[in-house]
Ligand binder design. Structure first.
Ligand code: ATP
Ligand code: SF4
Ligand code: MG
Length: 375
C-alpha cells in the first residue's frame, strides 16, 4: 500500500454504517479521581455488523474494558461517567435509554463474558439453576422446563460432554476451560446479537485457549452473533477477527480489516505489536521476541500531543505538540498518526500548537501574578 496516498478518514469510514448493528460514535468515558481526570476512553468510534468479529487490541490500561463496559452501561458512577458520544444499537442510542429499556438489551441482546468465569458464576448454585434463571429473566414467556431444555442444548453446543447430567453440577466441579464454555453458553442462551468477550482465554492454558477461541468463532458463524474480542495479543485476533481496532491511551489509533492490518500496519505502535507476535516462520534475533520499549502513558491529564511519541522511533516535532488527525490509508483502513499527513499541514499544525502553548504559558504567568498581588 502507498502510505503517502492518504485521504480524510470521513471518506473512508466503513461502508453501510447505517445498517450497523452497533455503532459507537465518539465515545468518551472519564473517571473523576482525586489525582485528576482519567480519560479512559476519549473519542472512540467503531461499527459492528451482524455476524462480524471485531478485535479490540492494546496494552494494559488502553481503555478496552472501559469501552465495552460503557456499551453495557456498567461504568461505576462515581467516579466514572460517560461524558460524550453515542452507542447506537439496532437504531437506538443505549446512552439515552431508561434503565427499564436498557435491561431488555443488557445480558439479553448484548452479552458479556469475562476473563475469570468465577466472577460471573455463583459458586453456591448449580449450573442448571443459574442458566435457567438467566433464560427466564430475559424471556418472560419461557417455562422452567423449556429453559432447562434450552440450557442443555446450549451446553451441548459449546461442547460440554454429557450435558444432561453435567448441568446439575456446581461450578467448582468443572475445569477452567469447561467453566469458560459454560459462561459462553450462558451468554448466548438468550440469543444475544452481540457477544463481548473481555480477555476470555488469558486464564487458560494455550491448548484450551485455542479451543475456546475456535468455539466462539464457530458459534458466531452458526448463530450470526457479532463478537467483540478484547485482547492484548494481536496473534489472537489474526485467527478469528474480521477487523481490528488498535487502542492506545484511550483512543483508537488504527482500524482496519484484519488482513489489511497485518499486510500493511500503518501506525508505529501497530507495527510494534505485530513484531511482538511470535512467528514460526521467522527467526528471532538472539531468540528473543521484539517488545515495544517504554510504558504506556498515564491517562490522567494527558497533554494534547501524540501519547505514543516517547516510545516512537519515527516521532517528529509536531508529534510532541499536537494530537494527530485520523486519516484514511485504504478502504476501511484508518490511522491517527502525523506520518500520513502532508508536510504543509504538519507545519501549520505545529505553528498553531506552539502559538497555543505560548498563549497558555502567558495566561499562567498572568494568573500567578494576579494571585501574588491579591495576597
Ligand atoms: N473505576 C475506575 N476508577 C478510576 N480509573 C479507572 C477505573 N476503571 C478503569 N480506570 C482507568 O481507565 C483506564 C482504562 O482502563 P481499562 O480497564 O479499560 O484498560 P484495559 O485496556 O482493559 O486494560 P487491561 O488490558 O489491563 O484489562 C486505566 O487507566 C484505568 O486505570
Ligand atoms: S504521530 Fe508521531 S509519535 Fe505518534 S505514532 Fe505517529 S510518528 Fe510516532
Ligand atoms: Mg481490561
Amino acid at each position: 500500500m502507498n502510505k503517502n496516498k492518504t485521504m480524510p478518514a470521513a471518506a473512508h469510514t466503513e461502508n453501510s454504517t447505517d445498517t450497523a448493528l452497533l455503532d459507537v460514535k465518539d465515545l468518551k468515558t472519564y473517571f473523576l479521581t482525586d489525582a485528576g481526570i482519567v480519560k479512559a476512553v476519549d473519542g472512540v468510534s467503531f461499527t459492528l455488523h451482524e455476524g462480524e468479529t471485531l478485535g479490540l487490541v492494546g496494552e494494559s490500561g488502553s481503555g478496552k474494558s472501559v469501552t465495552n463496559l460503557s456499551i453495557m452501561r456498567l461504568i461505576p458512577s462515581p467516579p466514572g461517567k460517560i461524558v460524550g458520544g453515542e452507542i447506537v444499537f439496532e437504531g437506538q442510542d443505549i446512552l439515552k435509554l431508561p434503565e427499564k429499556e436498557l435491561r431488555k438489551i443488557r445480558g439479553n441482546k448484548v452479552s458479556m463474558i469475562f476473563q475469570d468465569p468465577m466472577t460471573s458464576l455463583n459458586p453456591f448454585l448449580k449450573i442448571s439453576t443459574q442458566m435457567v434463571e438467566t433464560i427466564m429473566l430475559h424471556n418472560k414467556d419461557v417455562s422452567k422446563k423449556e429453559a432447562l431444555e434450552r440450557s442443555i442444548e446450549m451446553l451441548k453446543l459449546v461442547g460440554i460432554p454429557s450435558a444432561e447430567k453435567r448441568i446439575f453440577s456446581y461450578p467448582h466441579q468443572f475445569s477452567g476451560g469447561m467453566r469458560q464454555r459454560v459462561m459462553i453458553a450462558m451468554a448466548l442462551s438468550c440469543n444475544a446479537k452481540v457477544l463481548i468477550a473481555d480477555e476470555p482465554t488469558t486464564a487458560l492454558d494455550v491448548t484450551i485457549q485455542a479451543q475456546i477461541l475456535e468455539l466462539i468463532k464457530d458459534l458466531s458463524v452458526k448463530l450470526k452473533t457479532a463478537v467483540i474480542i478484547i485482547t492484548h495479543d494481536l496473534g489472537v485476533v489474526a485467527g478469528m477477527c474480521d477487523k481490528v481496532c488498535v487502542m492506545y491511551a484511550g483512543r483508537i489509533v488504527e482500524k482496519a480489516d484484519t488482513d489489511d492490518l497485518y499486510a500493511s500496519p500503518s501506525h508505529p505502535y501497530t507495527e510494534g505489536l505485530i513484531m511482538s507476535v511470535p512467528r514460526m516462520d521467522v527467526a528471532h534475533k538472539n531468540d528473543r521476541l521484539f517488545s515495544i520499549e517504554g510504558q504506556p502513558p498515564n491517562v490522567i491529564d494527558l497533554p494534547p500531543c501524540c501519547p505514543f511519541h516517547p516510545r516512537c522511533h519515527k516521532d517528529m516535532e509536531v508529534c510532541r505538540h499536537a494530537y494527530p488527525p485520523t486519516v484514511g490509508v485504504g478502504s476501511g483502513h484508518e490511522v491517527s498518526c502525523w506520518l500520513y499527513v502532508d508536510e504543509a499541514q504538519r507545519n501549520l499544525a505545529l505553528e498553531k500548537a506552539l502559538a497555543d502553548e505560548q498563549h497558555a504559558a502567558a495566561d499562567a504567568v498572568q494568573t500567578n501574578a494576579r494571585k501574588e498581588a491579591a495576597k
